[in-house]
Write a protein that binds this ligand. Structure first.
Ligand code: GLN
Length: 537
C-alpha cells in the first residue's frame, strides 16, 4: 500500500487542540508536495452528530458527499484545504451498526462476534477505505477523546494492530499532551505526560513523537527529560505553545522540523521545497488588521459559539482579506422583538442569520431581518435564514400576514416554505434531508453573479424544506430576485433584494467552503458591504 498513516492521540486532558495539531501537520505535509487526507475516529455511540444538540456538541459540519460530521472536520478542511468525504468521519455508532448489519445478514458465518477481532477489523477497514477513496500519500487519523477513556479503547487497539498490518515504516504515532505550568512554583510539570504515555504504552502503543501543548516555551532540558522517560528520540519531542493567531502553529511546528522528521520516518523524498509564504502573509495581514467591524449574528444556539463555528470562521476569513477584524455580536433570537431589535443591533454594521431548526426563536429572527430590510443594513441569510427572509418578505411586503413554513405549521394555508415533492432526498446518505453538494445556476444580472463572477456554482446543503415555487411569480412581482436556482430539481437557491445595499440569502451553507486563504465570495461581499456601511456613516 502506498498510503502512510499518522495516528494522533491525546493525553492528560481534552480540548487540547488535537484537531488543530493534526491539521497543522497535514498542512505542513501538503506544503511539501504530498497529497494529504484526514479522518476522525469519534468514540461516541451516535451514528453521526446530525441528531446531537448544537447546544451540546457545536455545529454539524457537512462534507461534499453529504455526510454530517463533527466540527473537527471543518478545521481539517480549512487547514489542509482539501474536501473530505464520508470516509473521514467514523464513530463508534457507525462501526457497531456496520458490524451488527453484517451479523444479521450472516456474513460472519456463525462466528461469535467480539470487540477483537470484529470491531477492530471494521475499524481497520475504515483506514483502508479512506486510503483507497482518497488515494492520498498520507492519511492523518485523529482519535477523539483522551487516552485512558473506556470508549476509545477499541480504536486504540485497532491502530495498534495497524502497525502490525501496514508496517513500522508506514505508520506513525503522534501523542499530544498538556504540560501544565504552575505559576506559584514557576515550573512546568512533566508528570501528567509521563503518566499518559505510560497508559498508552500499556495498550501496546509507543508514541514515535510527542507534541507538548504548553502556555509557556518548553526548555530543551524538559524535552530531554520527556524523551528519556517516554522512550522517544529527543528530536521527536515538539512544543506547541499557545498562540494568539491559530495559523502561527503551522510556522512554529515547521521551525522544529516536524515535517522533516515525519518524511524521514516514512522514507519519503519531498517533491517540493517548503513554501509557507501564503500563511506568513495571512498572519501578517491578521496582525495588521487593526480596524474593527461589528456584525450581528442572530440565532437560537448563541450560548455556545461553536454551534456557528464555520460561519464565524468564514466571517473572519472575509475580514482578514480586507484588513478588518470582525467582531461578532451574538444575539439570542428568543429575546429579540420588533420593539428591541434596533437596540439589540446597535453598533452592528451587518446582520447574519444562520441556519436553524424548529419554531422556537423564529419571531426574533424575522424581526431582525425586517429591521435589516427596512433600514438598509447589509443582510446575509443562510438556510433557515433564507427561508425566514422569504417569510418576512411575504408577510410584510406582499401582505400575506400568515405566511410561514410547514416546519412551523404543517397545516398552514400559506406555505411559503414547504417540502417540494419532486426532491430526491435519498440521493445522498443521511436520512431525509437534502445533504451535500448540489448545483446552482446564477442569473447573470444579479448581486450573486457580481460576487461569484460565474453563472454556475456548487454548494453544500443541509435542509429539509424549500422555497415553494407556487409563490415564485408573486415574489418576483414584488421585487424579490430569485437569482440562484437548481435547474435539475427546480429549487430556489438564492434570493436577493435589488433595491437594498446588500440583501442576499441562500438555501445552502456557503460557510462550509470558506478557507482562510480563499474566503467565500458571499462572505467577502457581505463584509465589504458592512464596511461600506461603516465608512459611510
Ligand atoms: N430547518 C430548515 C430546513 O430543514 C433549515 C435547515 C438549516 O438551516 N440548516 O429546511
Amino acid at each position: 500500500m502506498k498510503t502512510k498513516f499518522i495516528f494522533v492521540t491525546g493525553g492528560v486532558v481534552s480540548s487540547l487542540g488535537k484537531g488543530i495539531m493534526a491539521s497543522t501537520i497535514g498542512q505542513l505535509l501538503k506544503s511539501r508536495g504530498l497529497k494529504v487526507f484526514m479522518q476522525k475516529f469519534d468514540p461516541y455511540i451516535n451514528v453521526d452528530p446530525g441528531t446531537l444538540s448544537p447546544f451540546q456538541h457545536g455545529e454539524v459540519f457537512v462534507t461534499d458527499d453529504g455526510c454530517e460530521t463533527d466540527l473537527d472536520l471543518g478545521h481539517y478542511e480549512r487547514f489542509i484545504d482539501e474536501n473530505l468525504s464520508k470516509e473521514s468521519s467514523v464513530t463508534t455508532g457507525k462501526i457497531y451498526q456496520a458490524v451488527i448489519d453484517k451479523e444479521r445478514k450472516g456474513d460472519y458465518l456463525g462466528a461469535t462476534i467480539q470487540v477483537i477481532p470484529h470491531i477492530t477489523n471494521e475499524i481497520k477497514d475504515r483506514l483502508k477505505a479512506v486510503a483507497k477513496a482518497s488515494n492520498a500519500d498520507v492519511v492523518i487519523t485523529e482519535i477523539g477523546g483522551t487516552v485512558g477513556d473506556i470508549e476509545s479503547l477499541p480504536f486504540l487497539e485497532a491502530i495498534r494492530q495497524a502497525r502490525r498490518d501496514f508496517g513500522q515504516k508506514n505508520t506513525l504515532y503522534i501523542h499530544t499532551t498538556l504540560l501544565p505550568y504552575l505559576k506559584a512554583a514557576k515550573e512546568i510539570k512533566t508528570k501528567p505526560t509521563q503518566h499518559s504515555v505510560k497508559e498508552l504504552r500499556s495498550l501496546g502503543i509507543s508514541p514515535d513523537m510527542i507534541v507538548l501543548r504548553s502556555e509557556v516555551p518548553v526548555s530543551k532540558s524538559i524535552k530531554e527529560k520527556i524523551a528519556l522517560f517516554c522512550d522517544v528520540e529527543s528530536t521527536h519531542v515538539f512544543e506547541s505553545v499557545d498562540v494568539d493567531i491559530l495559523y502561527k502553529a503551522i510556522l512554529n511546528l515547521h521551525k522544529q522540523d516536524i515535517d522533516e522528521w515525519i518524511l524521514k520516518h516514512f522514507e519519503i523524498e519531498p517533491s517540493k521545497p517548503m513554501d509557507l509564504s501564503p500563511w506568513e502573509s495571512l498572519i501578517k495581514s491578521i496582525e495588521e488588521s487593526k480596524k474593527e467591524i461589528q456584525i450581528g449574528l442572530v440565532g437560537k444556539y448563541v450560548s455556545l459559539h461553536d454551534a456557528y463555528l464555520s460561519v464565524v470562521e468564514a466571517l473572519k476569513h472575509a475580514g482578514y482579506h480586507q484588513g478588518l477584524q470582525v467582531n461578532i455580536k451574538f444575539l439570542n433570537a428568543e429575546k429579540i422583538t420588533e420593539d428591541n431589535v434596533e437596540k439589540a443591533l446597535d453598533g452592528c454594521k451587518g446582520l447574519i442569520v444562520p441556519g436553524g431548526f424548529g419554531e422556537r426563536a423564529t419571531d426574533g429572527k424575522i424581526a431582525a431581518i425586517k429591521y435589516a430590510r427596512t433600514h438598509n443594513l447589509p443582510f446575509f441569510g443562510i438556510c433557515y435564514g433564507m427561508q425566514l427572509a422569504a417569510i418576512e418578505f411575504a408577510r410584510n411586503v406582499m401582505g400575506i400576514g400568515l405566511a410561514t413554513t410547514t416546519e412551523i405549521d404543517p397545516n398552514t394555508k400559506y406555505p411559503i416554505i414547504d417540502i417540494m415533492t419532486n426532491q430526491d432526498l435519498t440521493k445522498n446518505l443521511g436520512g431525509t434531508q437534502r445533504l451535500g453538494l448540489y448545483d446552482c445556476e446564477i442569473e447573470s444580472e444579479s448581486l450573486a453573479y457580481s460576487l461569484y463572477q460565474t453563472t454556475s456554482i456548487k454548494e453544500r446543503h443541509r435542509h429539509r424544506y424549500e422555497f415553494n415555487n407556487f409563490y415564485k411569480e408573486a415574489f418576483l412581482s414584488y421585487g424579490m430576485k430569485l437569482s440562484g436556482v437548481n435547474k435539475k430539481e427546480n429549487l430556489v437557491e438564492i434570493i436577493e433584494l435589488p433595491n437594498h445595499p446588500f440583501f442576499i440569502a441562500c438555501q445552502f451553507h456557503p460557510e462550509f467552503l470558506s478557507r482562510p486563504l480563499r474566503p467565500h465570495p458571499i462572505f467577502k461581499g457581505f463584509i465589504e458591504a458592512a464596511h461600506n456601511n461603516q465608512t459611510n456613516e
